[in-house]
Design a protein around this ligand. Structure first.
Ligand code: GLN
Length: 543
C-alpha cells in the first residue's frame, strides 16, 4: 500500500475556508496526475449531519450512495473528479455509536473501553480503509480548530497514523488565522503561536502553515513566522482573501505547495498550468451580461444553507457566460409583504425544505411565476409546492395539499412514499406518524425522460441519474387530471412509480424535479437544468 496522507487542521478559529482550501489543494494534486480523495472528520456527536438544522450547520450534502453529509463534501466534489461516498465523512458520534454497538454485542470480552486505543483505533481504521482503493494521497480535513476538547481523539489518531505509516508518508498542514490590525498596519502572530502550541503539546509539528488573512504577507513576515516554528520560509503559505474561490488553486500553486508535497512524497510528475481553472476564471471575469435569480426559502440568514444550489446557479452562469446575482428571500416575507418583492427577478427558484414553515409564501411565489411567465425552477419541496399550486389554481382542487403540511387533507397531491402508489387508490397514508419514522429515499436513482419534454432537450439523453432526499412523493391518483390541464410528466423513475420531473407546457420555462440536481453540478460542466434555467432567465430579462 503506497498511500500518503495529508492532514489539515484549523487554528485560532473555525470557518477559515478549510474545506475550499483542502479541495483546491486536492485539485492541484489531481491536475499533477495523482489519484486523490478527501475525508472530512467532524467532531460533533450527531451520528450523521442529516439530523442537523441547515440554519445552524448549513446545507446537508447528499452523496451518490445516499449519505447525508457535511457540506464540505460538496466543495470536494465540485473541485476534484473523485466522487464522495459515505466513507468520506464521519463524526465522532458515528465512531462512538459503532464502539457502543460492539460493546453491546460483547465483542470486547470484558476489557475497559477507552478513548485511546479504542476510539483512536477506530478513527484510524476509517481513514486507512480508504487507502485500499488505489489512492496516491488521502487528504484528511479535521473539522473545528485545534484546542477544541471534542477534536482531541481525531488529533491523536492523526498523530499515530504518522508513526504507523512513516513520517515520509504524512504531511501536517495547519490552516490558521493571521490577524492584521489595520490601524497600526501590523500583523499579530501571537494567536498562531497559541494554536501551534496546542499541536506541539500532542507532539505534532506542522509541516506547512497556511495563513488566512485579508493581507498578503511579505517575505520578511514569512521568515519571522517560519523561524518561530522551526520551519523553512517556503512552507509558510499566505492565503489572502480573494474575490473568487477559483483563484485559490492558483494562490497555493504560486507559492509552491504542490511541489513541496510532490517532493516530500517522492512523486516525480510534470507540472500543471491548471488550464481547467484558468478557463473558469476567464468566463467568470468576462461576463456578457447578468441575470438576477431569487431563491425563496426558509433559511435566508445563512447562505450556506443553500450552498450547492447557489454554486449550481453560478455554474449555470459560467456556462452561459453571464454573471448571476442571487438573492435569498424568506417565503414568510413574500407572504407578509406580497409578491411585488419578486418583480426584480429574471428567474425564481424554490429549493428543498422540510415541514410546514413558509408554505403560504411559497405557494404565492409559484403562482406569481406561473402567471407572469417567469422561469420557475422547483427542487424537491419546490416541486411539491408547484403541484399543489397547479392543482388548486389551474385544476380547481381547492383543498389540494401535502400530508406533510396538512395531515388530514382530503386531496393529498403529495403524500408519504408508499409502495401502493397507484392511480386507482387515493392513498391517504393513515399510519402517518409511524411512517414518518420510516426511511427517506436517498441517493442515486435512475429516471427515464419523456422525449417530448424540455428536460429531454436539455439533458439530451433517455436516462439520467440524480440524487434524492425526500420522504414524500407525488400521489399518482391525481396525475391524469393534472395532465388534462396542461401538466407534462417529463421524467419517471425506472419502475415508473415515482414522478421525478414535471413541466407546465404553456409556460416558457417551468420545470420542477423531485431530486436535487444541485448536488451533481460542477463549475466545469454545469448541470443541464441549471444551464437551461439561466438561459431562460436571460431570455426573460430581454423581453
Ligand atoms: N419535505 C419533503 C419530503 O420529505 C421535501 C424534501 C426536500 O425538499 N428535500 O419529501
Amino acid at each position: 500500500m503506497n498511500v500518503n496522507y495529508i492532514f489539515i487542521t484549523g487554528g485560532v478559529t473555525s470557518s477559515l475556508g478549510k474545506g475550499i482550501t483542502t479541495a483546491s489543494l486536492a485539485s492541484i494534486l489531481e491536475n499533477r496526475g495523482l489519484k486523490v480523495t478527501i475525508i472530512k472528520l467532524d467532531p460533533y456527536i450527531n451520528i450523521n449531519a442529516g439530523t442537523m438544522s441547515p440554519n445552524q450547520h448549513g446545507e446537508i450534502f447528499v452523496t451518490g450512495d445516499g449519505a447525508e453529509t457535511n457540506l464540505n463534501l460538496g466543495h470536494y466534489e465540485r473541485f476534484i473528479n473523485t466522487k464522495m461516498s459515505r466513507y468520506n465523512n464521519f463524526t465522532i458520534g458515528h465512531i462512538y455509536s459503532e464502539i457502543l454497538k460492539k460493546e453491546k454485542q460483547k465483542k470486547y470480552f470484558g476489557v475497559k473501553i477507552q478513548v485511546i486505543p479504542h476510539i483512536t483505533d477506530s478513527i484510524k481504521k476509517h481513514i486507512t480503509n480508504l487507502g485500499n482503493k488505489g489512492y496516491d494521497i488521502i487528504l484528511v480535513e479535521i473539522g473545528g480548530a485545534v484546542g477544541d476538547i471534542e477534536s482531541l481523539p481525531f488529533l491523536e489518531a492523526m498523530r499515530q497514523i504518522s508513526i504507523d505509516v512513516g513520517k515520509d508518508k504524512t504531511i501536517y498542514i495547519h490552516l490558521t488565522l493571521l490577524s492584521y490590525i489595520k490601524t497600526i498596519k501590523k500583523i499579530k502572530i501571537r494567536p498562531i503561536k497559541y494554536s501551534i502550541k496546542e499541536l506541539l503539546s500532542i507532539t505534532v509539528q506542522p509541516d506547512v502553515l497556511i495563513c488566512r488573512s485579508n493581507y498578503t504577507m511579505s517575505s520578511f513576515e514569512k521568515i519571522k513566522i517560519a523561524s518561530f516554528l522551526n520551519l523553512s520560509k517556503k512552507v509558510i503559505i499566505s492565503l489572502k482573501d480573494v474575490n473568487s474561490i477559483y483563484k485559490i488553486p492558483f494562490l497555493l500553486k504560486k507559492q509552491g505547495l504542490d511541489n513541496y508535497i510532490c517532493n516530500k512524497f517522492k512523486f516525480n510528475l510534470p507540472d500543471t498550468k491548471l488550464i481547467k481553472w484558468k478557463k473558469i476564471l476567464n468566463r467568470e471575469f468576462n461576463p456578457k451580461g447578468y441575470v438576477t435569480i431569487g431563491i425563496i426559502g426558509n433559511y435566508t440568514k445563512l447562505p450556506n444553507a443553500y450552498k450547492s444550489v447557489i454554486e449550481a446557479l453560478k455554474h449555470g452562469g459560467l456556462k452561459n457566460q453571464v454573471h448571476v446575482y442571487i438573492k435569498l428571500i424568506s417565503s414568510k416575507l413574500v407572504n407578509d409583504q406580497g409578491t411585488d418583492l419578486l418583480n426584480k427577478f429574471d428567474g425564481i427558484l424554490i429549493p428543498g425544505g422540510f415541514g410546514s414553515k413558509g408554505i403560504k409564501g411559497k405557494l404565492k411565489t409559484v403562482e406569481y411565476a406561473r402567471k407572469n411567465n417567469i422561469p420557475y425552477f422547483g427542487i424537491c419541496l419546490g416541486m411539491h409546492i408547484a403541484l399543489i399550486e397547479f392543482s388548486r389554481n389551474v385544476v380547481g382542487i381547492v383543498d389540494a395539499d401535502s400530508t406533510e403540511f396538512n395531515l388530514n387533507c382530503k386531496n393529498p397531491i403529495i403524500k408519504l412514499i408508499d409502495k401502493n402508489n397507484n392511480q386507482n387508490n387515493i392513498n391517504i397514508n393513515f399510519n402517518v406518524k409511524k411512517s414518518l419514522q420510516g426511511k427517506m429515499r436517498l441517493g442515486n436513482q435512475i429516471c427515464k425522460l419523456n422525449k417530448l419534454s424540455l428536460s429531454y432537450q436539455l439533458y439530451k439523453t433517455n436516462y439520467i441519474i440524480e440524487r434524492h432526499r425526500h420522504r414524500y412523493e407525488v400521489n399518482n391518483f391525481f396525475i391524469n387530471k393534472l395532465i388534462q390541464h396542461g401538466l407534462l410528466i417529463a421524467g419517471k423513475s425506472k419502475n415508473q412509480s415515482f414522478i421525478e420531473i414535471i413541466e407546465i407546457s404553456n409556460h416558457p420555462w417551468f420545470i420542477s424535479c423531485q431530486f436535487h440536481p444541485e448536488f451533481i453540478s460542477n463549475p466545469h460542466e454545469g448541470h443541464p437544468l441549471f444551464i437551461g434555467f439561466i438561459e431562460a432567465s436571460m431570455k426573460k430579462k430581454l423581453t
